[in-house]
Design a protein around this ligand. Sequence first.
Ligand code: PEP
Ligand code: MN
Length: 265
Amino acid sequence: FRHGESSEVVVNTPNGPVPFGEHHPVVIVAGPCSVENEQMIVETARRVKAAGAHFLRGGAYKPRTSPYAFQGHGESALELLVKAREETGLGIITEVMDSGDLEKVAEVADVVQVGARNMQNFSLLKKVGAQSKPVLLKRGMAATIEDWLMAAEYILAAGNPNVILCERGIRTFDRQYTRNTLDLSAVPVLRKLTHLPIMVDPSHGTGWATYVPSMCLGAIASGCDSLMIEVHPNPAKALSDGPQSLTPELFDRLMQELAVIGKAV
Ligand code: PEP
Ligand code: MN
């Protein structure tokens, strides 16, 4: 890229190359918080594909606050993501928590996610920077923009130019009505400071499915390049993040709303 110009991150999926960047349509990443079983991940993949999503998200390794909460199915979940990709052609985005799992995760993922809690795990950042899959770097929940950009710099400096930044809400003082405070002002600020593509995740950003559609619209209005949206076939039964997950029906309705304002396909 040339200085002062946005760069694009092009990800090859079975359905074709998907470009992330300022001059491309908004890329939609949807799926459950966790990969729970084959039936649910394949069903969710089919439903979000039909609604127009480009990528399936789903955690195999889950960073949970409590060690007694569901930790993800690990390697077997990675295999289920491969099945979901075979069924739908969607690209796969899944999180790596431990550099010991990086090779396995990167083999399956089309984009490797580094979660909020690992944003400043510098040894992990160096390792994802030294492999070739694009990296989705979520903002740490107490990270300044500078902290976040410097974390991205670790990946770039290690040789991987394909980094996407994801705003997913930061900690403020209110946790009663929202899980995090979605910082939509980060979008225009990042646009000024960096050439990297910008994603917004209103699901983790608000913690409640009911607030996700309006924040998706707001994120697009603020100029984001991509959205990450949690979708679960039965949110009430989800093993993680049910309250913030849309049903496939609500996701479908949201995609129709996004199409009306343009940019999103
Ligand atoms: C996730 O995307 O599943 C996740 C755990 O997000 P975050 O790292 O933003 O909390
Ligand atoms: Mn989640």
